[in-house]
Ligand binder design. Structure first.
Ligand code: SR1
Ligand code: MG
Length: 412
């Protein structure tokens, strides 16, 4: 037991735990568990895949009362499991095809049980391995659009919206984002770390008054723009991909998971997060000398944005109030979100290079090339911070970022 008075899951006690939960005991034979492995690779929680002798399996994810990445020195509310369960249910309602299925939520032990997606690969891993999952970016764009529409005042009754905003407050996890994503890249409190060769780049970022001003704007938007229920941590490690079997058409199955950071926030925060992650994947490819692949990774920005805007326009026909919210408003909103996505992408790029929680796309590069990739991403971040208000098409974003990433090639 901990100060929070709940028992942590272990490979030893999981069979008894499943036996005690009728919704789970129906799905898997707790008396015949043949494999139980801890597979959590995130920064916060423990995750087990449990399999019985009949080949039935499920995933158990438990929130600890602290941040797994650092240990007990960084306490963190386990209530995040409850936030995640709620968000999964809402995301399933908006887009069941792209959401992992929730089997059971146990608010006493802060456990959520979900379908096992072992036949899928974490998208970041797939990208790091050089895989191309065609159509995946478009589907993530569709997912963000469906969630945004269904949970905003465009797609729901305003009283229901007010209640939803109140029910989805997630200040503990939002504070992590406010600190790590918007503040600390420029104002280090001792958690930042870069290669010695990148120290001048990190200093230049922190001394860039345009970047700092942009982060102030981004942080304010994040904390106050309760536009829709957002995933809140939509990086390529929060998406699973699998090659779909659809004849000759290259296509992918896509599932979004891990929405423990979900709250009512700016829609562009989710879009921008994925833009930044395509930037990391592109920088990695460029650093490895795979220039054509680097372009493909960056082109996923267009794919995602097109999936998002096409889907949002389709949903627009069913909006709640078509009087003042006419088609001109829809186009204004999309343009606004594209610009804000660039601003949030800027924040996300910088935090993953200098901040506490990094990404394997960059970290697994040998230091001699990582230095150049990290520098280019920081320059791309600063370019986005300076130019976000002038972005009018996804091509403007890829041009801005692509210009900085090509420098990696010249340094090889
Ligand atoms: C302390 S948690 C660090 C990061 O991990 C999560 O994935 C979020 O991105 C968070 O910022
Ligand atoms: Mg996560």
């Amino acid at each position: 037991m901990t100060a929070h008075e709940y028992e942590f899951l272990t490979t030893e006690n999981i069979p008894d735990y499943i036996a005690s939960q009728p919704e789970l005991a129906r799905r898997i034979d707790s008396s015949n568990i043949v494999e139980c492995k801890e597979v959590g690779d995130g920064n916060l929680n423990v995750v087990f895949i449990v399999t019985d002798g009949n080949g039935e399996s499920l995933v158990l994810k438990q929130s600890l009362p602290y941040v797994r990445m650092t240990g007990e020195g960084w306490p963190m509310t386990p209530e995040r499991a409850n936030r995640e369960a709620h968000a999964l249910a809402r995301q399933y309602g908006a887009d069941p095809v792209h959401t992992v299925s929730l089997f059971k939520h146990d608010p006493d032990r802060y456990v959520i049980a979900m379908e096992d997606l072992s036949s899928y690969t974490v998208w970041r891993t797939a990208l790091n391995n050089g895989e191309r999952h065609e159509g995946a970016a478009r589907q993530v764009g569709e997912f963000v659009a469906r969630l945004a529409f269904a949970t905003s005042v465009y797609g729901m009754d305003r009283f229901d919206y007010a209640q939803a905003v109140a029910e989805t407050q997630n200040p503990d996890l939002c504070t992590i984002t406010e600190d790590l994503v918007f503040t600390e890249p420029a104002f280090d409190i001792g958690r930042n770390e870069v290669l010695p060769a990148n120290e001048p780049d990190a200093r230049a970022l922190a001394e860039d008054s345009i970047f700092v001003a942009a982060m102030g704007q981004a942080k304010f938007m994040f904390m106050t723009h309760a536009e829709a229920l957002i995933h809140g941590d939509l990086h390529t490690g929060s998406v699973m991909v699998r090659q779909a079997n659809q004849g000759e058409l290259a296509s992918s199955d896509v599932r979004v998971f891990d929405p423990e950071f979900a709250f009512y926030g700016p829609v562009a925060f989710d879009v921008g997060a994925v833009f930044a992650n395509f930037t990391f994947a592109s920088a990695r490819a460029r650093a490895l000398g795979e220039d054509e692949r680097a372009q493909w990774c960056l082109d996923q920005v267009h794919e995602l944005w097109e999936g998002f805007e096409v889907t949002f326009r389709e949903l627009w026909a069913g909006r709640e109030n078509p009087t003042v919210w006419d088609s001109a408003h829809c186009e204004w909103q999309l343009g606004q979100w594209l610009r804000e996505s660039t601003l949030f992408a800027s924040a996300k790029m910088a935090r993953r290079i200098v901040g506490a929680a990094k990404v394997t796309d960059i970290q697994t590069l040998a230091p001699a090339v990582r230095e150049h990739a990290a520098r280019a991403v920081l320059r791309a971040s600063r370019a986005c911070a300076a130019g976000w208000q002038d972005i009018h098409a996804s091509a403007d974003f890829t041009r801005l970022v692509g210009d900085e990433l090509t420098a990696i090639g010249t340094s090889r």
